[in-house]
Design a protein around this ligand. Structure first.
Ligand code: SF4
Ligand code: SF4
Length: 162
């Protein structure tokens, strides 16, 4: 009986008609796809994308080389070296994040006492060889400098819910 049903269904192109009806139904429905990268979907201020190192408005690096982020990172993706400056403050001489190890958990930014290392909304970055995804201090500071306005606005928004 089932076999007869199946043969009849094939002969009458029943499945094809069902498929066309479904296509027809969605042809006039509201479009939910966006034309990336010209269009973007809304993002949370807590989005955890590419990392950045921030500066104070006077240009001084925020990072005090306490190494909390390095210690807390579960993926061991952060490498920091530091030295004391002539004014007795301490600053990093090396701050690398290996994004091929990073799991974007956000623990580094949560642990930072001076809001220096942060994760931005940037997700459309890429590397063409493995080393390209090791972000150095210089690269991280450049990201911070470029997106500081957005980073500061996101931090202010996030603070309202804490
Ligand atoms: S987001 Fe998580 S895994 Fe990535 S560097 Fe920060 S602490 Fe490490
Ligand atoms: S980024 Fe923050 S947590 Fe990491 S070493 Fe610098 S001050 Fe410490």
């Amino acid at each position: 009986m089932n076999r007869i049903k199946s043969v009849l269904s094939s002969l009458m192109l029943f499945e094809l008609l069902k498929g066309m009806a479904l296509t027809g139904r969605y042809m006039f429905a509201r479009k939910i796809t966006v034309q990336f990268p010209e269009e973007r979907t809304p993002m949370s201020p807590r989005f955890r994308g590419l990392h950045a190192l921030r500066r104070y408005p006077n240009g001084e690096e925020r990072c005090i080389a306490c190494k909390l982020c390095e210690a807390v990172c579960p993926a061991m993706a952060i490498t920091i070296e530091s030295e004391q400056r002539e004014d007795n403050t301490r600053r990093t001489t090396r701050y690398d994040i290996d994004l091929t190890k990073c799991i974007f958990c956000g623990m580094c930014e949560e642990s930072c006492p001076v809001d220096s290392i942060v994760e931005t909304r940037i997700f459309d970055y890429h590397g063409e060889k493995r080393g390209d995804l090791v972000y150095t201090k210089k690269m991280l500071l450049e990201v911070g400098d470029k997106y500081e306005a957005q980073i500061a606005a996101d931090r202010a928004e996030d603070a309202k819910f804490r």
